[in-house]
Design a protein around this ligand. Structure first.
Ligand SMILES: [Zn+2]
Length: 327
């Protein structure tokens, strides 16, 4: 994804703040990038770090110099990235930063940067170590922290950082931009429910996971329009075998959730976002009852998926809950 383009188009305040800081040499020693799920927080953190280190900044990273290339390859020892999405950030991770940053920088520039993606996943002991480190920042050490849920970040962390808040983007604009980039309208409509920029939507639509999840969604919706028994049968015979990986199952449940949000809108004569799904939504309305309860159940299913429940059982439970009163 082209982060600079994203920042200019969607987050102009963050873009301007950071450009000014670079131009006036007034960088904060720690930034907290605060946004919501689906926003490119980690990518932005890396890009901003790269802008500090770049050999030929303008004033943001050029993406062409040797340093930019090495950072893109993950081959720049003075930039350390810890990703809370891949597992909780632990005390040992913070110790890795503090011990290596105690020494002098490995690179000529003498600047050391660490990125902690999703600080809300940090263990309490790790947070403690980080606070000590943030209190006494070394010269030429910069930190980029990110969070998808600022309310879960300790105020003591927030007060030691400069917070850059990402703004929510108008969904119609995201859809329009994605379609302009060549994404089919129906894909743009449904994915904009949980991805907050057109570039990510374009990437997702070309993935195998999306192809599988979309087929499963279409199969499930079609069978829901037939009968509860058909819906359960198709879940067991088609959907569960297809959605083997957690990522595809998550994508599928998120898309099904978007369908139910618009079903709820339709049931109370509100306008809908998934205009390309208009026919099937109207058809579904004749077959599906207790839409509100199903919607709540779908949202809690996503949390269960994060707790590593059995994916097949979860998908089975979802279709059972949707169809049970219709039987
Ligand atoms: Zn560069």
């Amino acid at each position: 994804m082209q982060i600079e383009k994203y920042l200019v188009e969607y987050q102009p305040v963050i873009h301007k703040t950071f450009v000014n800081a670079l131009e006036n040499k007034k960088l904060s020693h720690a930034y907290l990038l605060s946004g919501s799920i689906g926003m490119p927080l980690k990518e932005t953190a890396i890009y901003l770090a790269k802008s500090i280190l770049c050999d030929d900044p303008r004033p943001l990273a050029c993406n062409n110099c040797i340093t930019c290339a090495r950072i893109d390859e993950g081959n720049y020892p003075d930039l350390m990235v810890f990703d809370g999405e891949e597992g909780k950030i632990k005390k040992g991770d913070i110790e890795k930063i503090t011990t290596s940053f105690d020494k002098t920088a490995l690179e000529e520039k003498g600047i050391m940067i660490y990125i902690l993606h999703l600080v809300e996943t940090m263990t309490p002991i790790a947070v403690n170590s980080l606070l000590k480190f943030l209190e006494e920042p070394g010269k030429n050490i910069f930190a980029f922290l990110t969070t998808e849920n600022e309310t879960k970040v300790l105020p003591t962390i927030i007060s030691r950082t400069q917070v850059l808040r990402f703004r929510e983007i108008d969904r119609d604009k995201i859809i329009k931009d994605a379609v302009f980039d060549g994404v089919f309208e129906e894909d743009a409509q449904i994915l904009s429910g949980f991805y907050n920029d057109s570039n990510t939507i374009k990437e997702v639509t070309s993935s195998k996971e999306y192809e599988v999840a979309k087929q499963a969604l279409n199969d499930q919706l079609e069978s829901l329009c037939m009968s509860p028994d058909d819906a359960i049968f198709s879940c067991q015979k088609l959907i569960i075998p297809a959605l083997k990986s957690q990522d595809t199952a998550r994508l599928y449940i998120k898309m099904l959730t978007e369908i139910f949000k618009d079903l709820l809108n339709l049931s109370v004569n509100e306008s809908i976002t998934l205009k390309s799904y208009d026919n099937i939504l109207h058809e579904l309305l004749n077959h599906v009852t207790h839409i509100d309860k199903s919607l709540i159940m779908l949202m809690s299913s996503l949390k269960k998926l994060d707790l590593n429940v059995n994916t097949g059982l979860l998908l089975d439970h979802i279709v059972y809950e949707i169809t049970k009163e219709g039987k």
